[in-house]
Design a protein around this ligand. Sequence first.
Ligand SMILES: C[S@@+](CC[C@H](N)C(=O)[O-])C[C@H]1O[C@@H](n2cnc3c(N)ncnc32)[C@H](O)[C@@H]1O
Length: 453
Amino acid sequence: MKLQKGQIIELKIEKIVYGGEGLGYYNNEFAMFVPMSVPGDILKVEIISLKKTYGRALIKSIISPGEERISDLNRLTFEDFQGCDFGMLNYESQLKYKRDMVEDVVRRIGKNSIVNIEETLGSPVESNYRNKVIEPFSLNGNEIITGFFKRKSHDVFQVEDNMLNSILGNKIISKLKDILNKKKISVYDEKRHKGLLRHVMVRTNSFNEAMLVLIINDTKISENIKEILKEVMDNFKEVVSVYVSLNDRKTNVALGNKNILICGEKTIKEDISGIHFNISPTSFFQINLEQTRRLYELAISMFENIENKNIVDAYAGTGTIGMILSKKAKKVYSIEIVESAVKDGIKTAKENKIENVEFICGDVNQELGKLIKAEAIDSIILDPPRKGIDEESLLNISKVGIKEIVYISCNPSTFARDIEILEKEGYELVKVKPVDMFPQTSHIEVVGRLIKK
Ligand SMILES: C[S@@+](CC[C@H](N)C(=O)[O-])C[C@H]1O[C@@H](n2cnc3c(N)ncnc32)[C@H](O)[C@@H]1O
């Protein structure tokens, strides 16, 4: 029988593939990918798309659950459980499949069949770990809501007490929504490019403090909006910093170019390794604090010896790794493209009396080549965004013969691609450790050590 979109079929899930979806074969031959499914599941699924050789389907009901499925089946909405596309798996299995995904890309894309992929380092905190929450506004009838975009769409679904967000973040957003609903503020409609409320962002820290950023489609801030934000601040002594971000562009990027402090502090603080870091609204900061401490410790332990070494921290963010390294290294050069992050880093270095870190504000693709030609660099740590590293930068590192590289990546595919380039240049990948920064999701961080042969 020819399959059709909308058809409901029975399917047994065989495995989880890279990207996190389950895979089953209809009639033992036609590949069907199913989000939030678990190997061993026998399911009723509805086909939502069909290609020549494969299709995608959503779970309608579970006939018999796979062994690794969590017992609380009621928690699941089947399509996308609170943005937790691995929320249906028990935690141990999440770690196992994440390791397998890293192995898959290192072997397939990185063409490395030798290196041992270690077990995933699990997170000590499995829920409510996000110290940054950013949610789009939407309307449900007349009610202002915030939440998640449905898969492959811009429709928003609301989640009460989201299980990834910090608990304080959830409370602040909930209060803000109450006030906005009372005041009947308009919500941004991206098709018409009209309406005010675009996103809300809340950063929280380990001192139980919060930064609130309201992102609006406007070029100025009305008194009404200022009053609303002050009311939120009056309700939460934890809120130490309030911003409005003006974003009147037609864009998917949440934060605008102008971020205006309404009240409180310019930055929120966080402590890692006894250093108090400063974080502005637009600066990158790792979202799972407890696991970040372990990630940094692991990455730094992968250097053979940092004492008296000159080290580059490329893609430095607010300078976290570089400043921890600077406790033992001779000198650290931190390269970062976002100006606010560099400013935060310079402020942190000053406040913590760190004098052997030099910040370079610019694009790694240009600045790294210049720096390593000018200075004798012993080692480098790379922590790029998802798209990975420009090939020219990798070739530059190799040309000057830097002996050891520690590479942190939040995207194993681009990590594997870059590793292959470095291996062709005479580097050997000697250690790979997946680190779970994002429990309940299929995202996985990976740290690798490379040495020049
Ligand atoms: C994954 S974050 C890592 C930040 C930092 N190492 C940390 O752990 O907080 C990547 C950083 O690279 C920066 N970035 C992205 N593209 C860049 C480029 N071409 N040159 C320099 N920095 C870049 C981003 O702004 C972000 O701060």
